[in-house]
Design a protein around this ligand. Structure first.
Ligand code: NI
Length: 142
């Protein structure tokens, strides 16, 4: 078994503001990320996959298949825009925790259609937001 991590990059902006909280609470919880004008990040998304190595190809993952999936399901939708404008974040604060869960959810929803065999399996999604902040899904649940 081999674990493969494929990395993608995209830039997007967001503003962290919860309608469940007062303006003061929002400023307290999110600090400068609550700034009404938003701010941008250069996100690095790592998709983690594992599986046995195919004897004929020597590969555990046909990366171009994953690239196509990521392009269709994630990158073309989220890149160079404002995450707050996406339907997925209409009622969900676009923290990078929630972004990682959303990317994981989108991949899982189509995974078996693209990879119909038992392997490769999707282990999780990691997102590097800043040098200090890394978020990683553990399973498919919030
Ligand atoms: Ni931010």
């Amino acid at each position: 078994m081999v674990k493969v991590t494929r990395q993608y990059r995209f830039s997007a902006s967001h503003r962290l503001h919860s309608p469940q909280l007062s303006d003061d609470e929002n400023r307290q919880v999110y600090g400068k990320c609550n700034n009404p004008y938003g701010h941008g990040h250069d996100y690095v998304v790592q998709v983690q996959v594992s599986g046995p190595v195919d004897e004929d190809t020597g590969l555990a993952l046909p990366v171009e298949v994953l690239d196509g999936l990521m392009e269709r399901l994630v990158l073309r939708d989220v890149a160079n825009g404002n995450l707050n404008d996406l339907p997925a974040f209409a009622e969900v604060v676009p923290t990078t925790e929630m972004l990682a869960i959303e990317v994981d959810r989108r991949l899982r929803a189509r995974w078996s259609a693209v990879f119909p065999e038992t392997w490769p399996q999707l282990d999780g999604v990691r997102i590097l937001e800043t040098k200090r902040n890394v978020f990683e899904t553990i399973g498919a649940r919030i």
